[in-house]
Design a protein around this ligand. Structure first.
Ligand code: ATP
Ligand code: MG
Length: 158
């Protein structure tokens, strides 16, 4: 269905913000305009929940998680940046593989199966988007996905 993405993202981030620990700050850099994309809302909720859960899981006390929405031509990008321990360069692309987890001992203690981002990638690709990670060890991680915008129908002013 056609979804206004800024509002949609606000709702999801709100839900996490209500339940987060006090020591973690949220920052939103969202545009003040409407951005429409076709999506399966349940699936996109699952994708965003996983990315945000990871950011929370790996955020240190006092850390900030920054959410950004950027429109670029006929695409939108959603970024989630944390100030956690980051991911070693040679493993950044592997985190989207099934069951891949950085540092098995650490991850086991953190809980989870290592499937979240593999599922996210499948769902984003089914929406004709892309998902990737940028990370610097000791500084933090940014997970970004892109989605195509819905074409406005001819003669439809909205
Ligand atoms: P699940 O999502 O199935 O509960 P998970 O969170 O371990 O388990 P993924 O979400 O697929 O699995 O993430 C894969 C691995 O990538 C994680 O185990 C972790 O090692 C690493 N990772 C993901 N996000 C971050 C992040 N924001 N900071 C540091 N490492 C991360
Ligand atoms: Mg996860």
């Amino acid at each position: 269905e056609k979804v206004e993405f800024v509002q949609f993202a606000h709702h999801i981030v709100d839900r996490f913000e209500m339940n987060k620990k006090e020591g973690i700050q949220f920052k939103r850099v969202f545009p003040n305009k409407k951005i429409y994309a076709w999506m399966d809302k349940d699936k996109m909720t699952q994708v965003m929940d996983n990315i945000i859960s990871n950011a929370l899981k790996y955020s240190p006390e006092g850390g900030t998680i920054t959410f950004r929405i950027i429109q670029q031509r006929n695409m939108l990008r959603f970024h989630v940046s944390d100030e956690g321990m980051g991911i070693p360069k040679d493993q950044v692309d592997k985190i989207f593989e099934r069951f891949y987890r950085v540092d098995k001992a650490r991850s086991r203690q953190m809980g989870g199966t290592g499937l979240g981002l593999a599922i996210a990638r499948e769902m984003i690709e089914a929406h004709r988007g892309k998902i990737w990670a940028e990370s610097e060890e000791g500084k933090g991680t940014t997970i970004t996905f892109s989605l195509p915008l819905s074409e406005p129908l001819r003669g439809d002013a909205s």
